[in-house]
Design a protein around this ligand. Structure first.
Ligand code: GAL
Length: 685
């Protein structure tokens, strides 16, 4: 089990640092000098630099000014701090918007925005592409030999869409290619005879608008293709901006920072264009709407999804040292939570803990966003202490860098499926709770220390023992056969209600749900869906117990499968609600209803017991305490985390663990502070 190579150039260490904006303090050399002293105190070894610095780097068209950044970078380097250098395309200078309005985005209502905000450019505009390429070329030429440069942080949180005429033309060209120039084919795939929408010329096609907008919202094939085009165009834009970096600095890896379940882009399509994945994580800790334990569960799922895109460690590029400023209620992290949250990322495969932001600015909208250095300016704050503690801890965890996560279980999170489910009118119209359902199915595995990869339906399933597919409504070409094959080859598959209903263009599969051979593999036919009102409940009997169910009760016929659970009420009382099917070498479970958690847990725990997937060493854990593992050839690194505000104890059967922070034997009973974390090293047998 080889460790992964360092993600960034020449730096086999866990990264600790974050977004550094010295360009907001150009008139304060005293503060810049103080930054270096404080970074060393906080154990910072890397910063993301220049993310929104375009108007400093190119104050006038074609005049590049790198002198200020030269001195910042030299100074950082001399003090042992490395740089993930940003390309500045996340926010453009005012002169550019004024001279070339085409760089400004056009909104779905076809109005062009004014010069404002950030992340709002036209990704098609040849002018914007040329300007980005030029500044990136200049940056790469200028810094190519600088030893501080360890990676390119390309742009910032790509997102959004532009509806200008240039984008419309590019969309039509993309469609022509996708449909091989065959407009009839497009009409059939988009089901355009509906409401007399048959297109007779490519020029009639316009990007969709929201349902209350001026344009099309009800041709789901069009909406989906538009979303695919937006992902395609964003990647194309990104490739345009990375081309000079790759040509001039071939040894410097390239990444861009992703967001939490971001709906605007299909990140699974970016993977081939990036050297490693990085993302920005801002969980709502201490929000009374959800327990910290369940917030941790959802965050764990996100970390796993980031690791799974490239099946290797990732970089936590941003997290807040304390509160954010953009939620409705912005709460600081309680004592210990910063360390626990930071190490959760490491536990799931991050090789870094990075922050937004290093120092709070004095003005504009992020002045009260959490930062390592507060307006008071010194290190004697609780938050600075928390950050410095993480810095110290990461030094002791160096050997975890590059360690792998071994998963026998895959959970399918498919972005296009998500988008199609959102569009689908019927069932629960506005919120079908796809993400909550993913969390519900992820939870039993996470709780039991079973590693999970979170993958798109296009990924290879063959290396897994268990495939979990909640609400896989969209079954794209080839996926049906691959799922059936997975089961036939001895795998265990779990599928739920609202699965196998449409193809990749959102056309319903004919012949009964779930589509095609899935009916054989799962041994069922789902005839109807009863969507329950928010206050309605049904119940199912399983293993002599009654479990509450809500939202969805599918009426399903067993066609070869064994019925494991039955409905207790309504006209389908006594009908099957959970099915188990032996299909060739494997087993397939169909869960026809949405429960409130306990049934999913019982069923998934049965699957865990039957399939014995890779998991953390055996331990007795109280509710709220979770173990997560990374491994290398010699060791298992086990992160034990307490997401409750009480002291807890975890008891391990294997008594050989060493506490990685103290380097002392940990014994079998591990004490955890409120929101505490301990990292244990177990030798491999
Ligand atoms: C991120 C963004 C940062 C900063 C941060 C605040 O989404 O990349 O620039 O705005 O949010 O939480």
């Amino acid at each position: 089990m080889e460790k992964h190579k360092p993600l960034v150039r020449n730096m086999p260490q866990l990264l600790h640092g974050g977004d550094y904006n010295p360009d907001q303090w150009m008139d304060r050399p005293d503060i810049l000098a103080e930054d270096i002293r404080l970074m060393k105190l906080a154990g910072v070894n890397a910063v993301s630099l220049g993310i929104f610095a375009w108007s400093v780097l190119e104050p006038e068209e074609g005049r590049y000014e790198f002198g200020f950044f030269d001195s910042v970078i030299d100074n950082l380097y001399q003090n042992g701090i490395r740089v993930l250098l940003a390309t500045p395309s996340g926010a453009r200078p005012a002169w550019m918007a004024q001279k070339y309005p085409e760089v400004l985005r056009v909104m779905p209502d076809r109005q062009r925005i004014l010069f404002a905000h950030r992340h709002n450019h036209c990704y098609t505009s040849p002018v914007y592409r040329e300007k980005v390429r030029a500044v990136n070329t200049a940056l790469a030429e200028h810094y190519k030999d600088h030893p501080a440069l360890i990676a390119w942080h390309v742009s910032n949180e790509y997102g959004g869409e532009c509806h200008c005429e240039l984008c419309q033309q590019a969309f039509r060209a993309w469609l022509k290619e996708k449909y091989h120039g065959d407009l009839d084919l497009l009409n059939r795939q988009w089901w355009t005879p509906f409401w007399s929408h048959i297109y007779t010329s490519w020029d009639q096609i316009e990007s969709p608008t929201p349902p209350d907008g001026r344009g099309e919202a009800y041709l789901h094939g069009l909406t989906l293709d538009w979303k695919r085009f937006v992902t395609h165009q964003t990647i194309d834009f990104m490739n345009n901006e990375t081309a000079p970096l790759r040509a001039i600095t071939p040894g410097i890896p390239v990444t861009t920072n992703f967001m939490d379940f971001y709906e605007g882009l299909d990140y699974s399509k970016f993977k081939d264009a990036l050297d490693f994945i990085s993302w920005d994580s801002y969980p709502a800790w201490h929000d009374t709407a959800r327990s910290n334990y369940m917030t941790a569960c959802r965050t764990a799922l996100m970390h796993d999804s980031m690791r799974s895109y490239l099946h290797k460690p990732f970089i936590l590029m941003e997290s807040t040292p304390s509160a954010v400023n953009w939620k409705e209620i912005n709460k600081p992290k309680r004592p210990n939570m910063h360390k626990t949250a930071s190490l959760q990322a490491i536990a799931h495969g991050s090789d870094s803990v990075m922050y937004f932001q290093w120092r709070k600015g004095r003005g504009a909208s992020e002045k009260f966003h959490g930062a390592v250095v507060d307006h008071v300016g010194h290190e004697h704050t609780r938050v600075f202490g928390d950050v410095a503690q993480v810095g110290e801890c990461l030094k002791k965890l160096e050997c975890v860098r590059g360690a792998v996560t071994n998963s026998d279980v895959a959970l399918i999170y498919d972005h296009e499926n998500h988008m199609a489910l959102k569009e689908a009118q019927g069932f629960q119209k506005s919120d079908k709770k796809y993400i909550d359902t993913l969390v519900n199915y992820y939870y039993p595995f996470w709780k039991n220390g079973v590693s999970v990869d979170v993958i798109d339906s296009g990924y290879d399933f063959s290396g897994y023992k268990v495939l979990v597919m909640p609400m896989l409504y969209m079954i794209k070409e080839g996926v049906e056969e691959r799922i059936a094959q997975f089961v036939a080859n001895g795998g265990t598959a779990i599928m739920t209600y609202l699965s196998g209903m449409v193809n990749e263009n959102d056309l319903c599969h004919l012949g009964g749900f779930p589509c095609g051979t899935l009916k054989d593999a799962f041994g069922v036919w789902a005839e109807e869906v009863d969507t329950l009102c928010p206050d309605e409940r049904n119940a199912v009997s399983y293993g002599g117990q009654s479990y509450e169910v809500r939202d969805y009760c599918e009426i399903v016929h067993a066609q070869g499968a064994k019925t494991l659970a039955t409905y207790e009420h309504d006209f389908y009382q006594g009908g099957g609600a959970v099915f188990e099917n032996d299909y060739q070498g494997g087993k397939a479970y169909y869960i026809a209803c949405r429960d409130t958690g306990a049934l999913t847990q019982a069923l998934c725990e049965k699957v865990i017991a039957d399939t014995a997937p890779a998991r953390t060493p055996r331990a007795d854990l109280p509710v709220g305490v979770v173990c997560t593992m990374r491994e290398d050839a010699e060791n298992k690194y086990v992160f034990v985390q307490n997401y409750t505000d009480e002291i807890q104890f975890a008891t391990f059967e294997d008594t050989r663990a060493v506490d990685m922070e103290t380097n002392l034997p940990a014994g079998s009973e591990i004490e955890l502070d409120s929101f505490g974390v301990r990292v244990l090293r177990f030798p491999k047998d």
